[in-house]
Ligand binder design. Structure first.
Ligand code: HEM
Length: 267
């Protein structure tokens, strides 16, 4: 069954594992370089720390280490692990599918490429399952988001086929999982003189180069920034500094009935 087959160990019959391992390392280097360039260009991390330092001056309480650990653990469980920022609807479900799918797909790739990529390797079936299921989750979550939920289509009435630079991340992410799945399947069919699995292997490689090579231009790095920002926001809430924002009004929410007439989805 295809879910149980490690595609990298079949590939190792024709391509040395050292090339696959070098490719993974190159992708890691691209993430680091792309994120650092992004940080230098946007100065976001500099702003982040300066802002946090400034906000600290208006803190009304000093948090103990225990309190800090508690705030950080709660943030990891809620905001980061379950992306609670996205509310309760389909947006959050689609994101969780894509996020955990990607994490499984990447972990599965690294383990199979570094530990089980000899053509003689006996891969425990757990890893190919993780890899294939992760890829399917990413394709489902990412496509759901891109075709139906992204703001341009959902709220701004743009046609689904309009592609802009902001789509680079989600499209490259979906493409890499999708092409990986098709490549794995065609290769699994094991028909000797076939060339189509090679076409999809090339597409798989190209989509990965675009995904990881595009970090500077895409939304890739949000997976690092968002957790940091969520932790800072919750610490600022707990120490009373609130990032220098005014406290919430101590008054009932009275917006009138008009607020209920239309779902708030116009950005
Ligand atoms: C492996 C980790 C992750 C992956 C693969 C991932 C994937 C994605 C994708 C594909 C999008 C759509 C991008 C677009 O607007 O075109 C997205 C958006 C978003 N992500 Fe992530 N993400 C990850 C981690 C996180 C984390 C840790 C957080 C929060 C702590 C987060 C919060 C968000 C938010 C708030 C959006 C905007 C959603 C929207 O516009 O509906 N993501 N993410």
């Amino acid at each position: 069954m295809i879910l149980l087959v490690n595609p990298f160990s079949i590939l190792a019959e024709t391509v040395s594992p050292i090339y696959m391992q070098s490719f993974v390392i190159l992708m890691l280097v691209l993430i680091i370089v792309g994120t650092l360039l992004d940080i230098i260009h946007k100065k976001n991390v500099k702003y982040f720390f300066e802002n946090a330092k400034k906000a600290k001056l208006s803190a009304t309480k000093t948090l103990s280490s225990g309190e800090k650990i508690s705030v950080i653990s709660k943030t990891i469980i809620s905001e980061i692990a379950t992306t609670s920022e996205l509310g309760t609807g389909k947006r959050r479900v689609a994101h969780l599918l894509g996020m955990y799918g990607t994490i499984l797909f990447w972990i599965g790739s690294v383990i199979m490429i570094f530990c089980y990529s000899n053509s003689s390797s006996d891969t425990p079936s757990f890893w190919p399952i993780i890899w294939h299921v992760g890829a399917i989750m990413t394709v489902v979550g990412g496509s759901w988001f891109w075709f139906f939920l992204r703001v341009d289509v959902y709220s701004e009435a743009q046609p689904w086929y309009r592609i802009i630079k902001a789509d680079l991340f989600v499209l490259a992410l979906v493409a890499s999982s999708f092409f990986g799945l098709i490549w794995s399947y065609l290769q699994y069919l094991n028909l000797d003189d076939r060339w189509d699995d090679k076409v999809f292997l090339v597409l798989f490689i190209i989509s990965n180069l675009v995904l990881f090579g595009g970090v500077y231009w895409s939304k890739f790095a949000h997976m690092f920034y968002k957790p940091g920002a969520a932790i800072q926001k919750n610490l600022a809430e707990a120490d009373g500094s609130r990032d220098n924002l005014p406290p919430e009004a101590d008054a009932p929410k009275q917006f009138g009935l008009g607020i209920k007439r239309d779902e708030p989805k116009h950005y």
